[in-house]
Design a binder for this molecule. Structure first.
Ligand SMILES: Nc1nc2c(ncn2[C@@H]2O[C@H](COP(=O)(O)OP(=O)(O)OP(=O)(O)O)[C@@H](O)[C@H]2O)c(=O)[nH]1
Ligand SMILES: [Mg+2]
Length: 410
């Protein structure tokens, strides 16, 4: 998973970084010119201020003035320094003034407050010069295009791309100030966006199933998505937790489907309730639930036939199965490799029958990974497990930290 996305993401961050750095440099030059201009104005103001103060103090405290003049004379080159950095001068002047104030216990004067403000302003300007992100929106759109194409190519849904784009734009174009480097800010923002995209309240299935007996789970999705295989994996996991399971062979659409489930039931030593090929799937599930109730079985798992969401008859049949049997959890099983199709199907299934959770199958053969980033964000339903192979053990609990790690964002 993320074989392409990870590599491309790195390249895109690199090029984005270069672009932003270029712009930051330009921004800094412009800022420096501005600062220089400000300095010019301030220099004049400062000179005027010093003159006035000296005149005032001459009148008030002749000894202090003498002391000051002596110091300046002693350190003649400092005069030049004063010309270059008047703000700095005002900062030190402020300290000096404070000392003399302490000595003489004078009340705080208005002009001192002003000087303090100048000092703060000086430090603020230094911070801004470290990293100020001032890309224009137009430039940002140009720079983001590469990343947008990369994300699209790797099955990331448009909704997710829009979010990532907004978040990055907010960081890089609105004059935000940061002490971090450009790359760090881009990577941090990407990480935060993807974290938020994956931040859907998860379901602890093993905890849930222990809350009710029998706990009923329906596995639904399009043809060949991995419903039967992953249902068997979940059953094995439940057994390992000491829970008893019964299967409902509600895929009566194909005779081979009943046979396929029977093989799993045999291997796992699980009771399977089945009717004939073409029987009513709702009735099969109903019987399995009755069986579980009678025998005190913990979990009922209903295997359903694959169907496209736009197949009205089959969707009606599924709606009936759900209405009558009221499963506690409807798990949509989607193929990771199908990207946006998977996301769209999950959305359509949710609208038609309501889904509670997602198992993303075939994640082991998905080199892109965009589906894992997108499907929960679009449907607001959690991915509970990833199917990562064809054996019973190939079921991984979904963990957003692993996703971020695989994308090398953590
Ligand atoms: N590599 C890999 N293959 C999987 C995974 N899950 C299922 N498969 C394979 O995908 C194929 C279809 O799986 P099924 O479980 O039969 O899919 P289904 O959704 O029940 O199919 P229908 O009942 O026909 O709709 C099988 O060959 C499985 O072995 C997975 O996580 N990884
Ligand atoms: Mg099946």
């Amino acid at each position: 998973m993320f074989k392409f996305l990870k590599e491309k993401l790195k390249k895109v961050v690199d090029s984005l970084k270069k672009e932003v750095e270029e712009v930051v440099e330009v921004t800094e030059e412009v800022k420096e010119i501005k600062v220089e201009k400000k300095k010019e104005i301030k220099k004049k103001e400062m000179k005027k201020e010093i003159k006035e103060k000296t005149v005032k103090k001459q009148k008030k405290k002749p000894e202090l003035k003498e002391k000051k003049l002596e110091e300046i004379k002693q350190d003649e080159p400092e005069k030049e320094h004063e010309e270059i950095a008047p703000e700095k001068k005002s900062f030190f002047k402020n300290i000096f003034k404070k000392e003399s104030k302490d000595k003489q216990d004078e009340p705080k004067k208005e002009e001192e407050k002003e000087t303090e403000e100048e000092t703060k302003g000086f430090f603020k300007k230094i911070t801004e010069k470290i990293t100020k992100f001032n890309l224009t929106e137009k430039k940002f759109e140009e720079v983001f295009w590469d990343l947008e194409v990369t994300l699209l190519e790797n099955n990331v849904a448009v909704e997710v791309i829009e979010k990532i784009k907004e978040d990055l734009k907010n960081e890089l174009t609105t004059g935000k100030i940061s002490r971090k480097g450009v790359e760090e800010v881009i990577v941090d923002t990407l990480k935060k966006s993807i974290e938020e995209v994956l931040d859907i309240k998860n379901i602890d299935l093993l905890k849930e199933v222990k809350k009710k007996k029998p706990y009923i789970i329906a596995f639904i999705g399009v043809n060949g998505s991995g419903k039967t295989t992953n249902m068997a994996k979940v059953a094995k996991m439940m057994q390992d937790e000491g829970l008893s399971v019964v299967f409902a062979a509600s895929d009566t659409f194909r005779a081979a489907a009943i046979q396929q489930l029977a093989e799993h039931a045999n291997k796992l030593n699980i009771k399977m309730i089945s009717h004939d090929y073409n029987a009513d799937p709702t009735a099969v599930a109903f019987d399995a639930i009755e069986h579980a109730k009678a025998k005190g079985i913990d979990v009922v798992m209903i295997d359903t036939a694959g169907r496209l969401h736009n197949n009205t008859n089959l969707m009606e049949e599924l709606k009936k199965l759900i209405r009558v049997n009221k499963p506690d959890l409807k798990i949509f099983v989607g193929e990771s490799i199908t990207g946006n199709d998977c996301v769209e199907q999950a959305k359509a299934y949710d609208e038609a029958v309501g889904i509670d959770a997602i198992i993303l199958s075939k994640a082991d053969v998905d080199e892109k990974g965009g589906t894992a980033i997108s499907v929960s964000y679009v449907t607001k339903k959690p991915i509970i497990y990833l199917g990562v192979g064809q054996t019973y053990e190939d079921l991984e609990k979904f963990d957003k930290k692993i996703i971020l790690k695989n994308l090398e964002l953590e």
